[in-house]
Design a binder for this molecule. Structure first.
Ligand SMILES: Nc1ncnc2c1ncn2[C@@H]1O[C@H](COP(=O)(O)OP(=O)(O)OP(=O)(O)O)[C@@H](O)[C@H]1O
Length: 324
């Protein structure tokens, strides 16, 4: 059953010098209990997409299309309903937990807050649920009395995950949840996320620039470039047998988790992502593409079927499919 559906989602920021098209016509589906990874370089629109899912974008963002959560459009729902949806039905874990936690409040009080706000626990019962949540994320229950600065980065990220789980949401959005952590702690936190979503049948949208991390955790992968999805499909296939040249380059830049030796020698993509206010004509990737044809400078190919449950927006994919 589909839990989340993005239908032609677009986000444009209005700034003094013009408009920034950050997300352009993204359509994606996520089944109940499944995990979708959204990959791409810095500036490809991943965080904008994540924030749009819970209407957390700044006021200067104009959002178009539909975001259906269990059939209900997030973008048109009343604010009262939106507040009820946040934490209780869908919650978000941001990059760099230290920025998300209040430095002068105890961990336990911060985990209890969403429970109290949503009337899911009375103040005298919240402590029990906080202890349960700390255990679920692998922290001793006495940590409830600690302040954020008394914890390591990995422990703080576990606290953020506990907060996201507190109200038993059906969907968790995790935006670069492990980027600020070292490789070993990153692997532990990823294992925790995988276990929790499987045990509790939670759906996950996970954002990362690291394709190998997403391939490890998610069932499906969407690769974004310059605000668009350029490839989508089952994550391991997308990671190991990329159809779009951008996906191939991104995969080559990030070796598998737990492979510290090859991590020292990233290879792959040259050049910089385009300025969204000055996008190249045709395929946005063509100036950096190793296999670009002349026509790519004028032709912007839509996502094209590329085998079982896969799509890719590339002229080579289209030619291959048309020939078969
Ligand atoms: N508040 C804002 N106002 C104007 N432009 C913005 C704003 N936030 C993001 N952008 C622009 O939108 C585009 C997409 O940014 P976004 O942060 O969504 O990308 P990202 O893929 O998440 O990158 P990163 O991994 O660096 O966070 C970028 O060009 C960025 O400069």
């Amino acid at each position: 059953m589909t839990l989340l559906e993005l239908d032609d989602l677009s986000v444009t920021y209005r700034i003094a010098s013009g408009e920034v098209p950050a997300v352009r016509g993204v359509s994606l589906k996520l089944d109940s209990g499944a995990a979708l990874g959204v990959a791409g370089e810095s500036g490809s629109g991943k965080s904008t997409l994540a924030m749009a899912l819970l209407r957390l974008l700044p006021r200067d963002a104009r959002v178009g299309g539909r975001i259906l959560l269990d059939g209900e459009d997030i973008l048109t729902m009343k604010w009262g309903r939106m507040r009820a949806v946040r934490w209780a039905e869908a919650s978000i874990v941001f990059q760099g937990a230290q920025h998300g936690l209040n430095p002068v409040r105890r961990i336990g009080d911060q985990i209890a807050e969403p429970l109290l706000v949503h009337n899911l626990a009375k103040p005298d019962q919240a402590g029990k649920r906080v202890a349960e949540l700390l255990e679920q994320v692998g922290l001793p229950t006495w940590r409830a009395r600690s302040y954020p600065h008394e914890l390591s980065g990995g422990q703080r990220q576990r606290v953020m995950i506990a907060m996201a789980l507190a109200c038993k949401p059906r969907l968790i959005i995790a935006d670069e949840p492990t980027t600020a952590l070292d490789v070993m702690v990153q692997a532990q936190v990823l294992t925790l996320i995988k276990e929790l979503i499987a045990e509790q049948n939670i759906s996950l949208v996970m954002i990362s620039h690291d394709l190998s991390v997403l391939a490890d955790v998610c069932d499906q992968l969407a690769v974004m470039y310059a605000g668009r999805v350029v490839e989508h499909g089952p994550s391991r296939e997308v990671f190991h047998e990329a159809k779009h040249p951008y996906t191939g380059a991104l995969a080559a830049a990030f070796p598998t988790v737990g492979d510290p030796v090859s991590r020292l020698a990233p290879k792959g993509l040259g050049g910089d992502p385009p300025d969204p206010m000055d996008l190249p004509t045709g395929c946005s990737f063509h100036p950096r593409c190793p296999v670009a044809l002349e026509e790519c400078a004028s032709l912007d190919v839509e996502l094209w079927p590329a085998g079982d449950s896969r799509t890719a927006a590339c002229v080579h994919v289209r030619a291959k499919e048309e020939a078969s």
